[in-house]
Design a protein around this ligand. Structure first.
Ligand code: PHE
Ligand code: ZN
Ligand code: ZN
Ligand code: ZN
Length: 284
């Protein structure tokens, strides 16, 4: 798997922050800042050879589009999905929540294209709208799938807040089969990851789980408080929030833990390669 460069992800985050600054300081679903965020990611994916579609979420509080990108190759009846919500709250630019997950997936998608390995399974990425109003974009996406399309998705991996400044290392459904590649990578770094208790039911993996699709994902924490025991194993500040700028105007490019960002992004690449890429090198 490629070693993802966190500086490349940070450059995407700078673009998202600039988009927010040019549009009243927000990338809220349905706003111009959100539309421009979709256009930024879509343009990069199209240039890299992805098949990209916007899907209008008509049931969303703020009607706006999900962005779906398929990397050509692999058996579509064996699809692995990776997703992140691209919308922010009204109050701020949403760079950790959730530019971090969105840009982590964008850079992984670009590196998959650059490496063009032989695919054993199909890989699809989703950037969701209207998460902040109740997981609405992902719920709409899952709801419009046929039974066969739903069954074809063998696992869904969610990335929401993966660079919290005082963060920890949390995994959704940490003891599940599907979490193994994410878990094994963070364990190999001796990070002693914990179950994502704070995030249960609060991000887009819940839409997939509710439809019977196995899910997992990384998170580094929101407004909940770091314990003394967590401070001892992860560093940072005990008795303080994982992200003190959660849902605030200070959630800017300054609100990013680059170490956590890199550890999250590299775990995504390892998971893509482990689940969907052939060991056999391609000879072109
Ligand atoms: N980040 C989620 C939101 O969009 C909430 C959340 C909290 C998700 C904690 C994961 C972990 O507000
Ligand atoms: Zn890296
Ligand atoms: Zn979020
Ligand atoms: Zn949020």
């Amino acid at each position: 798997p490629p070693n993802i460069d966190p500086a490349a992800i940070q450059s995407h985050l700078t673009q998202l922050n600039t988009i927010a600054n040019s549009n009243g300081g927000t990338r809220r679903a349905g706003s111009a800042g959100f539309t421009q965020s979709v256009a930024y990611i879509k343009g990069k994916l199209q240039a890299a050879g992805y098949q990209v579609a916007e899907q209008r979420c008509t049931t969303c509080t703020f009607v706006s589009n999900n962005l779906i990108a398929d990397w050509p190759g692999g058996d579509v009846n064996q699809t692995i999905m990776f997703g992140a919500h691209l919308d922010s709250v009204s109050a701020g630019p949403g760079i950790n929540d959730n530019g971090s997950g969105s840009a982590t997936l964008l850079e992984n998608a670009l590196q998959l294209a650059a490496n063009h390995p032989t695919m054993t399974k199909h890989v699809r990425f989703g950037w969701w709208t209207d998460e902040e109003q109740g997981l609405n974009g992902s719920e709409f996406y899952v709801g419009q799938l046929s039974g066969a399309q739903r069954t074809a998705i063998k696992a869904y991996y969610n990335f929401d807040m993966v660079a919290s400044p005082n963060g920890g290392y949390f995994i959704n459904n940490i003891n599940s089969t599907q979490s193994a590649p994410l878990r094994d990578y963070w364990q190999s770094l001796n990070l002693q990851p914990e179950e994502d208790v704070e995030g249960v039911g609060r991000s887009d993996d819940a839409s997939f789980s509710a439809a019977g699709i196995p899910s997992s994902g990384y998170a580094t924490g929101a407004s909940a408080i770091k314990s003394s025991a967590q401070q001892r194993k992860w560093g940072g500040t005990a008795n303080a929030s994982y992200d003190s700028c959660y849902h605030r105007s200070c959630d800017t490019t300054s609100n990013i833990n680059v170490t956590a960002l890199d550890r999250s992004a590299d775990g995504v690449a390892i998971t893509i390669w482990k689940l969907a890429v052939s060991d056999t090198p391609q000879n072109d």
